[in-house]
Design a protein. Sequence first.
Length: 311
Amino acid sequence: MRITLTMQNSQNLLNIENDQDQISQISQSVSSGQKLSTPADDPYAWAQSMNIQQGLREYNSILNNITFATGWEQETDSALNQISNLVSQAEQAAITATSTEGTEQSASLASQVDSILQQVLALSNSQYGDQYIFGGASTSSPPFSIDESTGVVTYNGDSNSINVRTAVGSASTGNSTPVNLTGTQVFYYTSGGNNTNVLQELWGLKQAIETGDSATISSKLTTLQDAFNNINDMSAINGGMLSELSTQKSAISAFQTNEQSTLSSLDDTDMASAATQLQQAQTAYQAALQVTGQLENLNLASILTGSSSSS
């Protein structure tokens, strides 16, 4: 097959067009800092990039959940520590009351216990943001109240856990973590075979001190010690939950860092390599232009020669 000047010229024009497209693509990659702007740039790398970006969005969502859960449990930890200290103070007041003689000192101790009761009641209605942390899944209203005249405690919450996704995987793999300890877990307990709660025991201690009921005061020492132990047990459980969240956060952050590195290798422009490719493309473009000019001159000479021969 004979290659004509016209065919050579057409091929060279196509080369010029391809060189222009390559220069444009590399220039865009350099200016944006990204190698991939459309799937056509590299279909396989584009698909990998989309998958990784979806995974990174999932990791971000999980990290947001962990941040929420950590904040909730830190608030719980603070409340439990304060309640533990207050119950210990009430025990000391009971010990003092067992050896107290005199109405004035008894009134002072009763007032101290009443203050402790009010503080524990406030802590039982602690909030994280606008959610009550000890109400179970019922977080929109205060979970605890007490009838000051009878000592009857009302729990308006429930016994349900609040679970958030804190790990990668499906629900069947156990990727969710309970955020909360319920009011029944923290404030209700068994003492001497009887079911009771911290608020009721504090109210009972106050009444016993006011009336000088030494037998009841002594019994409250036992029930408050059991309350103290239960609260510390709950604090240990909450501490374990916080530790697990920290471990999960470290794992997700490591996954996120690795995936981000892979995405960068797929998507980010290698500036040094791009500069070399751009220089090569521009050189090829200039060469193609020169060849095109030479071919056009040869074609023109051929036309002129043919015209001269005809005449």
